[in-house]
Each structure stands twice: as structure tokens, then as C-alpha cells.
Design a protein around this ligand. Structure first.
Ligand code: ADP
Ligand code: MG
Length: 143
């Protein structure tokens, strides 16, 4: 497990940008942390590192947003936010189960606690702990 401390949103985005370079298609990245911890901020940096040109906005109301990845073998980047999901069984209607099987996709999931029994075995876990207004502890682990 790797542990980082960042002291600004930009620093968290840079960290994510570097992390993105290590990822290949068929990768699932789970982002754990409370509201405001930095999950979406990290996702913005990750998307930049992948070469996603569109601006990343929080998918809270649609659950899943799809982006096209340029210049890489992974063709799609999916940003998933399960915050509004009320029960595990609703996952079946979102298309997520097909998405996480795609070999050319990189999938980032906020609020992965909601996956319940759908938690993928192979995954990266990134955990955000606020240590102050602009300070975050970020741990990265590959499972
Ligand atoms: P989440 O998606 O976890 O709810 P967001 O990324 O939407 O959180 O919000 C994080 C907020 O905290 C943003 O307003 C961001 O600018 C701010 N922030 C301050 N310091 C940091 C930091 N070190 N890392 C990430 N975000 C930070
Ligand atoms: Mg968010």
C-alpha cells in the first residue's frame, strides 16, 4: 500500500494523473471517502492522465458518465457515482455489471460501499481521509 499526503486539490489531481499512467484496460478503481474528501477531484486528474479531453463533472444524478480515451488501448473511461443508489439490487439496472467486464475500459467508482456483493475481486482501492481544509491523506492499494 502506498500513502500520500496532498495539501491542495491541484496536488491531488497531479497524483491521480501520475497514477493514471500505470493503468491499463479492464481496470477498476474504487474511491473511498466522505463527501468532500476529494474523490471527484482525483477523478478529474485521472481522466486528464488518460487523455480524456472533456471536462469531468460529478455524475451524481446519472450514476455513470462515459468518456472517450484518446491515444491509449483502453478506449473508454467510465466515471461512476453510486451515492444515490438505494439498494444493491438497483445495480443490475445501471449497466455497470457489463461495464466492469469490458477489457478496454477504465472504471472509477465513487461510493463503492454500495456495490455490496458486486465488489470486483481485482481492483485498486484509493482511500481519502481529510486532515484539514486542504490536506488529505490518500492511500493507494492494488487488490
Ligand atoms: P468528493 O467527490 O469526495 O465528494 P470533491 O472532489 O467533489 O469530493 O470535493 C473535494 C473538495 O475539497 C473540493 O472543493 C476541493 O477543491 C477541496 N480540496 C481541498 N484540498 C484538497 C486536496 N488536498 N485534495 C482534494 N480536494 C481538496
Ligand atoms: Mg464526488
Amino acid at each position: 500500500m502506498q500513502k500520500f499526503i496532498t495539501t491542495s486539490a491541484q496536488e491531488t489531481q497531479h497524483l491521480a494523473e501520475t497514477f493514471a499512467k500505470k493503468l491499463s484496460g479492464g481496470t477498476i478503481v474504487l474511491l473511498y471517502g466522505d463527501l468532500g474528501a476529494g474523490k471527484t477531484t482525483f477523478t478529474q486528474g485521472l481522466a486528464k492522465g488518460l487523455g480524456v479531453e472533456k471536462r469531468i463533472i460529478s455524475p451524481t444524478f446519472v450514476i455513470i458518465r462515459t468518456y472517450v480515451v484518446r491515444n491509449r488501448e483502453s478506449k473508454f473511461f467510465y466515471h461512476v457515482d453510486l451515492y444515490r443508489l438505494e439498494k444493491e439490487s438497483e445495480i443490475e439496472g445501471t449497466g455497470l455489471l457489463d461495464i466492469i467486464k469490458q477489457e478496454n475500459a477504465i472504471v472509477v467508482i465513487e461510493w463503492p460501499e454500495k456495490l455490496g456483493s458486486y465488489l470486483p475481486k481485482k481492483r485498486w482501492e484509493v482511500k481519502f481521509t481529510p486532515l484539514g481544509e486542504d490536506k488529505r491523506e490518500i492511500t493507494v492499494e492494488k487488490l
